[in-house]
Design a protein. Structure first.
Length: 285
């Protein structure tokens, strides 16, 4: 990805909660397992394409899965097992090719996503637009109905040049990503699927203008974990329109303890617009 296309500022809209201490004092933010930790279950979703597989081969693949779930070798199958296998085979043969593809795709997607869950963690950001205004809708959704805040990161300070390939712009689509079906997937295959899938999201989410950073670490069995960032990468904090006086004081006290300086602003609606400005409303410098 060409560096000139990367956003200069990356934003995290958030509630004012226990993680404020992690971000402001410990220079750590949350990274998430995209297969389990997102509010949209179809985020980072993909389907398999079955080029060259006719209906007979689709049924064969699904029957193999059905039999393997019994956890028995063929010689140990009972009469009842064989009856169930015959029933399943007849049922699958009665289904259309499109339904068979969906069943096989759903199962394969589930297995691959479980594998990706062992090592794939990402941090989601929203890119600051050229007008340097904040998105009212995102602040409402992720910033605790404007009672929260928005962290502003300098992208170049946040992500070293050698790691910028890990920053992916989200493409908003009307259908899931497509992956070639294989009987087995190598670690290289899984890495590529992971890189592709984190950049796919449903078209309706397009207002988020989202970029995602892939965490270069392993966090097995943890949906949420924290990841460190350079202290000087955090350059601003914008409090929501409805942030309470108590929360403002709490954030300022945390900022005062930081070694790296951070400016604190208050979001404000621009006259004649629903967009939010902040640079003209500093409350701590």
């Amino acid at each position: 990805m060409a560096e000139k296309k990367l956003p200069k500022k990356l934003l995290i809209y958030s509630s004012i909660d226990k993680y404020c201490v992690d971000v402001i004092l410990k220079n750590r933010f949350v990274v998430t397992d995209p297969t389990k930790g997102f509010n949209d279950p179809l985020d980072c979703y993909f389907e398999f394409e079955f080029a060259g597989l006719n209906k007979e081969r689709l049924v064969e693949q699904l029957m193999g899965i059905f039999i393997s779930k019994k956890g028995k070798i063929l010689s140990d199958l009972t009469r009842n097992d064989h009856d169930e296998i015959n029933y399943e085979n007849n049922k699958l043969n009665s289904l259309s090719e499109d339904i068979l593809k969906k069943e096989l795709s759903d199962y394969s997607t589930k297995i691959v996503r479980e594998s990706l869950s062992n090592f794939l963690r990402i941090r989601c950001f929203s890119a600051l637009n050229e007008k340097k205004t904040l998105n009212n809708v995102i602040f409402s959704h992720y910033g605790d109905s404007h009672k929260g805040l928005c962290y502003i990161f300098d992208q170049k300070k946040l992500i070293p040049i050698q790691d910028r390939k890990s920053l992916t712009e989200v493409k908003y689509c009307f259908k899931p990503a497509s992956v070639e079906f294989k009987d087995q997937y190598s670690q290289e295959d899984l890495d590529q699927i992971g890189r592709d899938m984190i950049g796919i999201k449903h078209h309706d989410w397009g207002y988020e203008n989202e970029w995602r950073l892939k965490a270069e670490a392993e966090f097995p069995n943890k949906i949420y974990e924290t990841m460190g960032f350079p202290p000087n990468a955090l350059e601003g904090i914008v409090l929501g329109i409805k942030a309470t006086k108590k929360d403002k004081e709490r954030i300022i006290k945390l900022v005062e303890k930081r070694t790296a300086k951070v400016k604190v602003f208050q979001a404000s609606r621009i006259f004649g617009s629903f967009e939010l400005e902040y640079e003209n409303n500093p409350i701590f410098e």
